[in-house]
Design a protein around this ligand. Structure first.
Ligand code: SF4
Ligand code: SF4
Length: 205
């Protein structure tokens, strides 16, 4: 007698569940084994990236959780509130805190620590203040930078230059706001020479 459709589906489910699962963290799995991982983007154009499971490091989340500030990372339920209020995401849709947290939880250590995106954060703590799960993404970003420099993926000079740039941006903003309220003209020449200096320093890193 022919099997019913629901019986066939049930059999397929059981076969799938019984299939051997290779360990992606130990690298003992099939090198061709791949998974599609969502980038966690908040837009409708959510795309996926195919990654080899044996390139994932599932201990990465524990590593981050072990650093001060990273304790709550496993609590993230991907609501996207952090990304919605991030001033960097406003100007660069490639930068998305929710996506970076997803990548950490999935074990995409190599990809996260090698990415220039970890240097984009303004360290403003807006994401942390808004997060319903108290995930401290700002301090997680500090941890990522620390690990990236420690592992020589980026130089200590990069770290210093980003700190100088943050200070410089703040001084520029302060001078411009002060000039606006004091009704004083900000010297465009001076601004230009300061910006050129920063760009020159960046090019020599
Ligand atoms: S706001 Fe918090 S819980 Fe929501 S995605 Fe961001 S880190 Fe995760
Ligand atoms: S701390 Fe960084 S990631 Fe968080 S809102 Fe500010 S710029 Fe965005």
């Amino acid at each position: 007698m022919a099997k019913s459709k629901s019986n066939n589906q049930e059999e397929k489910k059981q076969q799938k569940a019984a299939a051997p699962v290779k360990n992606p963290t130990t690298g003992t799995g099939d090198s061709a084994q791949k998974a599609k991982i969502s980038n966690g983007a908040t837009s409708e154009k959510q795309d996926t990236k195919e990654v080899s499971l044996n390139q994932l490091d599932l201990r990465f989340r524990d590593e981050i959780a072990g650093h001060p500030g990273g304790e709550n990372i496993r609590r993230c339920f991907a609501c996207g509130t952090c990304a919605a209020g991030c001033p960097v995401t406003e100007v660069d849709s490639e930068y998305n805190c929710r996506r970076i947290i997803r990548q950490i939880l999935f074990g995409m250590r190599e990809e996260v620590l090698s990415s220039p995106l970890i240097w984009m954060c303004l360290v403003c703590y807006r994401c942390y203040v808004r997060c319903p799960q108290k995930v401290n993404f700002t301090d997680i970003m500090r941890v990522l930078r620390y690990l990236a420099v420690k592992e020589k993926r980026f130089s200590p000079e990069t770290f210093e230059w980003i700190n100088d740039l943050d200070r410089f941006s703040q001084v520029m903003r302060h001078d411009m706001v002060k000039g606006f309220f004091d009704k004083k003209k900000v010297s465009l020449e001076e601004l230009q020479s300061r910006i050129e200096k920063v760009i020159k320093e960046a090019m020599t890193q």
